[in-house]
Design a protein around this ligand. Structure first.
Ligand code: ADP
Ligand code: ASP
Ligand code: MG
Length: 412
């Protein structure tokens, strides 16, 4: 008998028929003798609908209130799934994040999990029930409702699996696994049988929303075995596992892209110590994560600093940066939210050379201008005009020979 944590995403519980199908799948696994903890997301589109309601009432919604609203989406799903399972004659009990004490910090809308109390879930399992846990939500030590960032139900599932020492955390979604690129953008994309935590972490944080990046980080830290697979069929999906020697043989194993960032440039900043610290210190105080940073070489004692921030934080970031610019005597702040970040990812990059050059050449051949570049040991990212994002992904997928049956020739 195994203890399995299954997580069903929004599309998989998108309507009543689908919820009934999920209930049947859960019941089947239970009948095979497994213990089941099921984490569910809000029904497809619900979180966006709730966000838009808040936006219609307030131009800059207070994040505490936003969390109170957003957490309702998952609460509906757990109740409905529980009822559907009971209808099939099985015991099921639903739990909100607060009821299983998924305790978080106070960073509303992107809270971090501090601890989980699994007693109530264990009790339900001991009584032969299927435990249904609301994804995406937690509670602070002061009983305030929090949410874990978009895609946060993945994190709930991984954290539950870690706390319960589950045998596997299954992420059941609307694609058959993790592909070499988003299969909805690149039809020839290939399903990966296995992917390392580090590659998955890069892919996820660079825009592959099939897994939330914080969930992957958590899975890596607690060595949670993650299996990403379809909720619509029983085929084997992708295992997210520790890296092995085999994985290094391929230089590039995936392409990711994101249109969820915006670029801010502070022009003609005085080139002296402490300026960057002040600017980015102020942005960090607002809980805004800065990604790429580029500073131009100064000729006349001034310099231009460009950086990217998540799109939802863009208006707030521009406001903060404009304030700091005035204080430090920088004459102008310009922004661009029509950008995309396109990235190539692979642990094999550590041992292969010429990979970045090949990427730049491929983009140049399509006359796609690169605005910013950033690299790590296992990825290269380029910021480009948003309108070329899908084209760039397809071109790079092709150039690095990622499609099914392609023979990859990499410079050694
Ligand atoms: P869920 O609602 O189940 O959480 P998401 O929409 O968050 O599902 O994630 C699944 C989606 O991730 C897919 O429909 C696909 O478009 C997208 N995706 C992006 N990159 C990849 C990738 N490399 N492999 C698989 N899916 C990807
Ligand atoms: N419902 C939340 C969202 O749409 C969490 C999730 O689906 O994982 O982001
Ligand atoms: Mg998701």
């Amino acid at each position: 008998m195994s203890l399995i944590v299954q997580k069903y995403g929004g599309t998989s519980v998108g309507d009543i028929e689908r919820i009934k199908r999920v209930a049947m799948r859960v019941v089947t696994a239970k009948s095979e003798g497994h213990e089941l903890v099921v984490v569910v997301s809000a029904m497809a589109g619900e979180t966006d609908r709730l966000l838009s309601l808040a936006g219609q009432v307030s131009t800059a919604p207070d994040e505490r209130e936003l969390d109170v609203i957003l957490a309702t989406g998952e609460q509906i799903s757990i109740g409905l799934l529980s009822l559907a399972i009971q209808q099939y004659g099985h015991k099921a009990r639903s739990f909100t994040g607060g009821q299983v004490r998924i305790q978080t910090d106070t960073a509303h809308t992107k809270a971090k999990i501090l601890s989980i109390e699994v007693d109530r879930v264990r009790l339900a399992l001991r009584e032969g029930a299927i435990a249904i846990v609301a994804g995406f939500q937690g509670v602070t030590s002061e009983e305030e409702v929090t949410t874990l960032g978009r895609g946060g139900s993945d994190l709930t599932a991984v954290a539950m699996a870690a706390a319960l020492k589950a045998d596997v955390c299954e992420i059941l979604t609307d694609v058959d696994g993790v592909y070499t690129a988003d299969p909805n953008v690149v039809p020839e994309a290939r399903k990966l049988a296995r992917v390392s935590y580090d590659e998955m972490l890069e892919m996820a944080s660079l825009g592959a929303k099939v897994l939330q990046s914080r969930a992957v980080e958590y899975a890596k830290n607690y060595s949670v075995p993650v299996h990403v697979r379809s909720s619509f069929n029983a085929s084997q999906g992708t295992l997210v596992v520790r890296e092995d020697a085999e994985m290094e043989k391929v230089a590039v194993s995936g392409i990711a892209y994101s249109k969820n960032e915006a670029k801010i440039t502070v022009l003609r900043v005085a080139d002296r110590p402490g300026i960057a610290a002040k600017l980015f210190g102020r942005v960090a105080e607002a809980n805004i994560v800065v990604d790429m940073i580029v500073q131009n070489i100064s000729q006349d004692g001034t310099t231009d600093i460009s950086f990217t921030v998540p799109k939802p934080d863009y208006p707030k970031a521009v406001q903060i940066v404009s304030g700091v610019a005035k204080e430090i005597g920088a004459p102008q702040v310009v922004g661009d939210d029509k950008i995309a970040k396109v990235s190539i990812v692979g642990v094999g990059m550590r041992t292969h050379s010429g990979v970045a050059a090949k990427m730049f050449e491929a983009l140049a051949r399509e006359k796609i201008n690169i605005m910013m570049i950033s690299t790590s040991e296992i990825k290269v990212s380029c910021v480009i005009d948003a309108k070329y994002a899908e084209l760039a992904v397809r071109v790079l997928h092709d150039v690095f020979g990622l499609a099914e049956g392609t023979v990859v020739e990499e410079p050694l």
